[in-house]
Design a protein. Structure first.
Length: 433
């Protein structure tokens, strides 16, 4: 990903330097295990660790790979240049390239998940803070983009919090599922390497041994991982879309923080655009773009092919770097979101009591009027509000069929705003405990 949409912590995880460092650790731990089993001399295993603090020369490895056309062999050749050919004689004993590549990829995905979990935590904290702050800030709920019934901004934030909490659980599960390693040799039979080597390497690197690998770790694990990233990205967009709507000029119930000196448009100096949440919508699309290729990587030929390799070299860093950036951008937007409660009330009252129509409908049915007739009476008066700007309560009080069933006091009571927020505390207890 380009620096504009990247955070250094996640970018570093996918750098060549980090990748080669993990390769080295896998090879070195494998040598330790081989030496303990008496397969290779202990002195050779110890010699490998002389490269522990060495900065691997990425340019040199690339130079070797230009000749060998094989990245793992290029790295092993460079490692031999550092520690000596004789000392490196038993490095990679009984292993195949996928043992290094797949185990490394999973380590990177686990570490990426840890960074992403921290980002989700920041988003959840921001949403919870704003939910509690605006628990009783009344706004109109909308269905199909049209005024429906009153809700609160706190419930909106609480809903997003609950969604992110589910995402956190999904990501924890995806992290656990991808945290496997394989040091099983060609086609995964352990013919040339003892399974205890795999156990040792995995334990040293915080993984569990893959129960059964071929020459690769099964890609259904990775498919689930990237699918989870896609779901989280969609949740980010879900929040972003709500904020973008609230910032529309004719709505203006909230807006992104507009910093001193910020410019909204090169042509129109008055503009204050929701650029951050629009950006989040776009970034979410990029993360989801990785999901289908990850699913298609599950079906590989026999014990291995490399049709998945080029895909993962791209979607691994791109999806995690993008989602990491998006999570922290969203957290910042929510933390600094500017809220306009007065505009929320003004919008809700734009159609003079119309949002109380269901209460009147239910009251009429309770008073003995059929549901069909009740609907007809309420809709008849509601349309006058839509079409003529009338006051809904006034029209109801002037309708003899309505007043034949409901007293003026009963009609008046149906316009109590507090009726719609009486269970907010119950919902908050369910969400936040």
């Amino acid at each position: 990903m380009i620096p504009r949409y990247s955070r250094p912590e996640m970018v570093k995880l996918w750098s060549p330097e980090t990748r080669f460092r993990i390769w080295f650790e896998i090879e070195a731990h494998a040598c330790d295990a081989q030496a303990a089993l008496g397969v290779i001399p202990k002195a050779n295993a110890e010699a490998v660790w002389r490269a522990k603090d060495v900065e691997f020369d990425v340019a040199r490895i690339d130079e070797i790979e230009a000749v060998t056309k094989h990245d793992v062999i290029a790295f092993l050749t460079h490692l031999a240049e550092i520690i000596g050919n004789e000392e490196a004689r038993f490095v990679h004993q009984g292993m195949t390239s996928s043992d290094v590549l797949d185990t490394t990829l999973n380590i990177q995905l686990v570490r990426a998940a840890d960074l992403l979990l921290a980002g989700v935590d920041r988003v959840m904290a921001a949403l919870k803070t704003r939910a509690l702050e605006h628990k009783d800030t009344v706004r109109i709920g909308r269905s199909h983009g049209i005024h429906a019934e009153p809700t609160t901004l706190g419930l909106t934030f609480a809903r997003f919090y609950a969604e992110m909490k589910r995402n956190r659980e999904r990501l924890e599960n995806a992290r656990k599922e991808v945290a496997t390693g394989a040091i099983s040799g060609a086609v995964g039979t352990f013919a040339n390497i003892d399974p205890r080597v795999e156990e040792h390497v995995c334990k040293a690197l915080g993984l569990v041994p893959e129960p059964i690998s071929t020459q690769v770790i099964p890609r259904d694990r990775h498919a689930m991982y990237f699918a989870t990233l896609g779901v989280i990205a969609s949740s980010i967009e879900n929040v972003a879309i709500e904020i973008r709507h609230m910032q529309r000029t004719e709505v203006l119930e909230a807006e992104e923080f507009f910093s001193p000196g910020q410019k909204g448009s090169s042509a129109m100096p008055h503009k204050r655009n929701p650029v951050l949440t629009e950006n989040l919508t776009g970034l979410s699309r990029l993360v989801r773009m990785a999901v289908v290729p990850a699913l298609e990587n599950v079906a590989l030929w026999h014990e291995r092919d490399i049709s998945h390799s080029s895909v993962e070299r791209m979607i691994g860093p791109d999806a995690t770097i993008t989602l990491d950036f998006a999570l922290h951008r969203l957290a910042g937007v929510v933390e600094k979101l500017v809220v306009y409660p007065e505009n929320m009330l003004r919008n809700m009252n734009k159609f003079k009591g119309l949002v109380m129509s269901q209460r009147v409908l239910l009251a009429l049915t309770q008073a003995g009027v059929s549901r069909e007739d009740s609907y007809r009476l309420v809709q008849r008066n509601a349309m006058k509000v839509w079409e003529k700007g009338a006051d809904f309560k006034t029209e109801l009080l002037a309708d003899p069929e309505v007043t034949a069933a409901l007293t003026p006091a009963e009609i008046e009571e149906k316009f109590d705003l507090g009726y719609h927020t009486k269970h907010v505390d119950t919902i908050f207890k369910r969400v936040f405990g």
